[in-house]
Write a protein that binds this ligand. Structure first.
Ligand SMILES: C[S@@+](CC[C@H](N)C(=O)[O-])C[C@H]1O[C@@H](n2cnc3c(N)ncnc32)[C@H](O)[C@@H]1O
Length: 283
C-alpha cells in the first residue's frame, strides 16, 4: 500500500470526534483521544466491508438516516467484551450464601431473579448458574431465572449459542466442565464445549442498552454489573445507580467489577457491604 493510501485510511481528528460523540450518545462509552489508533484498527474492517474510501465517509454514513444498522456495528466494534468464567470468585460465594437464605422461600413457590447486566459472551451468567447448582442441585426445579443482557448483538448471539472454545473455558475446573458441558467441536475447529440444558434452561440472553429503557417489570434479587461502568464517565454512572436501585429488590445485592465503585453510595440509597458489593439502604 502506498503512503498516500495509508494516510487516507487514517482516522482523522474530525472523524474521531464525530465517532466518539456518537458512541457516547448511543452507549455511554467514552473514547479517549489516546485510543485513536486502537479505534482506527477496530473500525478499519468496517470501511473495507462497506467499500468506503476513508473515515470521513464512514462518519458521514454513521450520522445519516441510513446509518442506523452501521451504528450497531460501530458499538459492537468499540465495546470491550473480555470476560472469564468465575471472575472475582468472592461474588459467587456471596451469591450462594444468598441462595441458601432464600431456599426455604423458593421451596414454598417463591422466585429468585438474577441479572447479568453487560453479560458479554455469557460466562458470568453461566458461572452464576453453575455456582447455584453446585450449592443446591434442586434449584433446577425451582423458580430461579438468570437474565443476561448486553448492548452488543454479536456477544448476545454468541451467549445464546452457548458454545465455548477451549481458550475461553479457563476458570472452569475439569470436573465442572465434565458435569455441565458436552464436547461440541465443529469439524476442523478449535476444541469447544456446549453448555448443557440444565444451565441454558435457567438463562435467557437479550440485547439491552443500559442507557435505554429497561423493559423488565420484576425486580432482581442479584444484579451483576461488572466491568461495564468502567467505560462510562461519572455523569453516565450517576444516572445509572438510581435505576439499578429501582431494579433491585429491597433486600437485593448489586455486584460491581473490582475496579469500579459507587462514589458516595449513601447518596444513591446504597450501603457498601463487602468488596464491590452494594445493598439498598434499609429505611
Ligand atoms: C468487559 S465486558 C464485562 C463482561 C462481564 N460483566 C464480566 O465482568 O466479565 C463489558 C460489557 O459491557 C457491554 N456494554 C458496554 N456498554 C453497554 C451499554 N451501554 N449497555 C449494555 N451493555 C454495555 C459491552 O458490550 C461488554 O460486553
Amino acid at each position: 500500500m502506498s503512503v498516500g493510501a495509508q494516510q487516507s485510511n487514517a482516522l482523522d481528528p474530525e472523524s474521531f470526534k464525530a465517532i466518539a460523540e456518537l458512541a457516547y450518545q448511543e452507549s455511554g462509552l467514552t473514547l479517549a483521544q489516546e485510543k485513536s489508533s486502537m479505534i482506527q484498527s477496530r473500525l478499519r474492517h468496517r470501511l473495507r466491508d462497506l467499500g468506503l474510501p476513508n473515515f470521513a465517509a464512514y462518519s458521514s454514513l454513521l450520522q445519516s438516516d441510513r446509518g442506523h444498522e452501521e451504528r450497531r456495528h460501530l458499538i459492537s466494534a468499540l465495546t470491550t467484551n473480555v470476560s472469564h468464567f468465575f471472575r472475582e470468585k468472592h461474588h459467587y460465594d456471596t451469591l450462594t450464601e444468598e441462595l441458601v437464605k432464600r431456599l426455604p422461600a423458593l421451596r414454598e413457590g417463591g422466585q429468585m431473579r438474577i441479572w447479568s447486566a453487560g453479560c458479554s459472551n455469557g460466562q458470568e451468567a453461566l458461572s452464576a448458574a453453575i455456582a447455584l447448582l453446585e450449592a443446591s442441585p434442586e434449584i433446577a426445579t425451582l423458580n430461579l431465572k438468570i437474565l443476561g443482557t448486553d448492548i452488543d448483538p454479536a456477544v448476545v448471539q454468541f451467549a445464546r449459542a452457548g458454545i465455548y472454545p477451549e481458550r475461553l473455558m479457563g476458570g472452569v475446573p475439569k470436573p465442572l466442565i465434565d458435569k455441565y458441558f458436552t464436547e461440541a467441536t465443529p469439524d476442523g475447529s478449535e476444541r469447544s464445549f456446549a453448555a448443557k440444558p440444565v444451565l441454558t434452561q435457567m438463562i435467557q440472553f437479550n440485547e439491552l442498552n443500559l442507557l435505554a429503557r429497561w423493559p423488565m417489570s420484576k425486580r432482581f434479587d442479584i444484579i451483576f454489573c461488572r466491568n461495564v461502568v468502567i467505560y462510562f464517565d461519572l455523569q453516565t454512572q450517576t444516572k445509572l445507580w438510581p435505576r439499578m436501585k429501582d431494579a433491585l429488590a429491597p433486600d437485593g445485592i448489586l455486584f460491581l467489577g473490582h475496579s469500579e465503585r459507587i462514589a458516595d453510595p449513601a447518596s444513591f440509597g446504597f450501603d457498601c457491604t463487602g468488596p464491590t458489593t452494594y445493598r439498598p439502604r434499609v429505611g
